[in-house]
Design a protein. Structure first.
Length: 311
């Protein structure tokens, strides 16, 4: 792995794009200080320019040097959850340029825990801007093969790191306003955060963060969320070819059925690969059995609601 990582760091220094594994999903990385590299990153993702990217670092000291104010709450969260699946939004320092923040006065910072990501950040030393390594709005990649399918030759190198362990994007907490706002739920839950500070749910629909867009993380096949109670009825009604993502056993009337784990961690880990698989099953509709309405399912529910939102 060492020579591959060295090559990846060289590509980043030269302004190239490297996809790399993190514990959440695979990221598409560019040197966060290089305007040209970040412009290529946006073009490759087909991402609107006002949509900020998260900057990844090898240590919290490095990460916090990109913020001009680090509130106590941010230090506590970093101490407890970094390296790990948490992104903090803070007021930016002069290091975080407009091309990273979408022109906003804040910056998203994260210290990932995946060993390959850590090796790359250690070798590169600087900040790596990295959105999920998929085209904008579609399902995030959780394997190197997903990245190659999505981005092909548009990326200079894809580092292999096995399937992402968490499977959904990091929890995002905005600490730039005095209060603590949960912008995107993730594996680190509101309950986990509440042990350190009180976090309010952001109820806004805004393009500032992916979670703010109603339709996101979406397969190409139209998908619908249905309650456990309605699943049977919906299957009966549909005359089209249908693919189902559910907790229960396959139903013989259904063309393609994927059974999901009953625990939220296992479900999150499998979710994006499952959506990709259902999307290529040649069906006209995807039905998704809604997970329980309980706090530990909040992050999975959020992704499913967005995957199933009206287009
Ligand atoms: O788990 C993750 O966070 C993955 C891996 C690769 O680290 N990255 C990821 O990046 O999900 P992306 O770009 O797909 O989503 C990050 C979200 C974006 O929607 C962006 O708008 C939001 O974080 N974000 C970044 N900086 C922000 C800021 N200054 N204010 C508000 N939202 C911000
Ligand atoms: Mg994304």
């Amino acid at each position: 792995m060492k020579p591959e990582i060295r090559k990846a760091a060289e590509i980043l220094r030269a302004g190239g794009l490297v996809a790399f594994p993190t514990e959440t999903v695979y990221g598409l990385g560019a040197d966060a200080s290089n305007a040209g590299a970040v412009a290529r990153l946006y073009a490759t993702k087909r991402r609107p320019a006002d949509h900020p990217v998260i900057v990844h670092f090898g240590s919290k000291e490095k990460a916090f040097s990109w913020a001009r104010e680090v509130p106590t709450g941010a230090r506590q969260l970093a101490e407890r959850f970094w390296p790990g699946p948490l992104t903090l939004i803070l007021k930016r320092s002069a290091l975080a340029k407009d091309f990273i923040t979408g022109g906003q006065d804040t910056v998203g910072l994260r210290v990932p825990s995946h060993p390959v990501a850590r090796g790359l950040l250690e070798m590169f030393q600087g900040g790596i801007a990295a959105p999920s390594a998929n085209r904008f709005g579609l399902v995030s990649p959780t394997t190197a093969a997903h990245v190659r399918e999505d981005l092909g030759d548009d990326v200079d190198l894809v580092l292999e790191g096995g399937p992402s362990e968490v499977g959904i994007e990091s929890t995002i907490v905005d600490l730039s306003t005095g209060a603590a706002l949960l912008l995107r739920p993730g594996a680190i839950s509101r309950g986990d955060l509440a042990q350190l500070l009180n976090v309010k749910e952001a109820r806004l629909s805004s393009p500032r963060h992916s979670g703010g867009l109603e339709r996101h993380y979406a397969p190409r096949t139209p998908a619908r969320l249905v309650s456990t109670h309605d699943l049977d009825k919906e299957i009966e009604k549909l005359k089209q070819r249908v693919a189902v993502l559910a907790f229960s056993r396959p139903d013989e009337r259904v063309d393609y059925w994927l059974r999901m784990p009953r625990n939220p961690e296992g479900y999150a880990r499998r979710l994006y690969a499952a959506l990709r698989e259902l999307d290529t099953a040649g069906c006209e509709t995807i039905l998704v059995e809604a997970p329980p309405d309980a706090p530990e399912w909040a992050a999975v529910r959020d992704r499913l609601q967005k995957a199933c939102a009206a287009r």
